[in-house]
Design a protein around this ligand. Structure first.
Ligand SMILES: Nc1ncnc2c1ncn2[C@@H]1O[C@H](COP(=O)(O)OP(=O)(O)O)[C@@H](O)[C@H]1O
Ligand SMILES: [Mg+2]
Length: 247
């Protein structure tokens, strides 16, 4: 459980990323964030991992309590894995080495300065196996396809043995078929391991297939929070401001 109470984010230039929002993310749930570009999806995801500055409000996590000091925040970040649209892989490293970086995130930077023992290396290979990429473990990631690179991104996240996974438009740069495959792979692994996921998508049709819960944002506010079957055409029109586009 990750609870936000009246959390807001205002950027140093005065832009509002998130208006005061109170929302709880529950264990075992796949939550999809929808909303137009600029709605606040990335700001919310980054806030969930304490990657931007909290302007107001409080956050509380199961087992850690309130994220109120640097030690607890560090621990929360260690338990939280992120998957990005552009993978954020190190292109000159092979897939295996990129996944091992997930273990560095798990252990912290100082431990990561030393070679990781065999057990860690085995875990990294197991994660690559789960995403169907063990045979490409020693290929440079810049030689892999977009879908394969995102599989490495997923394996790296899993290697962190996270309590929650956050994914910011993880399939936005993939073709529709690959997007479907990657999303289905990610979510089936997370369901199997009971890892809650919060991810943003810009395809409402994929959200309807894969989400347990949909949260829609507009101008930094939550404008819808419910199950996929409640998301009808009118609501989608409101979220994506079809009226404003037609006007
Ligand atoms: N680093 C930043 N500095 C200033 N303003 C930002 C920054 N990142 C996002 N914003 C602003 O915050 C709002 C929400 O943006 P964002 O969270 O990126 O939305 P989304 O991910 O839904 O496209 C937008 O108005 C955007 O311009
Ligand atoms: Mg974004």
């Amino acid at each position: 459980m990750l609870r936000l109470t009246q959390v807001s984010v205002t950027y140093p230039n005065g832009s509002i990323g998130l208006q005061p929002v109170s929302i709880t993310f529950f264990a075992g749930q796949v939550t999809v964030l929808l909303g137009q570009s600029g709605a606040g999806k990335s700001t919310l995801l980054r806030r969930l991992n304490c990657l931007n500055r909290l302007s107001s409000g409080t956050m509380e996590v199961d087992g850690l309590g309130e994220l109120s000091n640097p030690r607890i925040i560090r621990e929360h970040r260690r338990r939280t894995a992120m998957i990005f649209q552009q993978h954020q892989l190190i292109s000159r490293y092979n897939a295996f080495k990129n996944v091992l970086i997930g273990r560095v995130a798990f252990h912290g930077r100082i431990r990561g300065l030393f070679p990781l023992p065999r057990i860690e290396q085995r875990l990294a290979l197991e994660c690559l196996e789960r995403v169907g990429l063990v045979d490409k473990a020693f290929e440079r990631v810049d030689k892999l396809s977009g879908g394969e690179q995102q599989r490495v991104g997923i394996a790296r996240a899993l290697a962190q043995q996270p309590k929650i996974i956050l994914a910011d438009e993880p399939v936005a740069s993939l073709d529709p078929g690959t997007a479907n495959t990657i999303l289905s792979l990610l979510l089936s692994i997370c369901r199997e391991d009971k890892i809650p996921v919060v991810l943003s998508l810009h395809q409402p049709e994929l959200a309807k297939i894969y989400a347990d819960r949909i949260v829609a944002l507009s101008e930094g506010r939550v404008v819808f929070d419910g199950s996929p079957d409640m998301l009808c055409g009118d609501l989608l029109c409101e979220i994506y401001r079809c009226g404003a586009l037609a006007a």
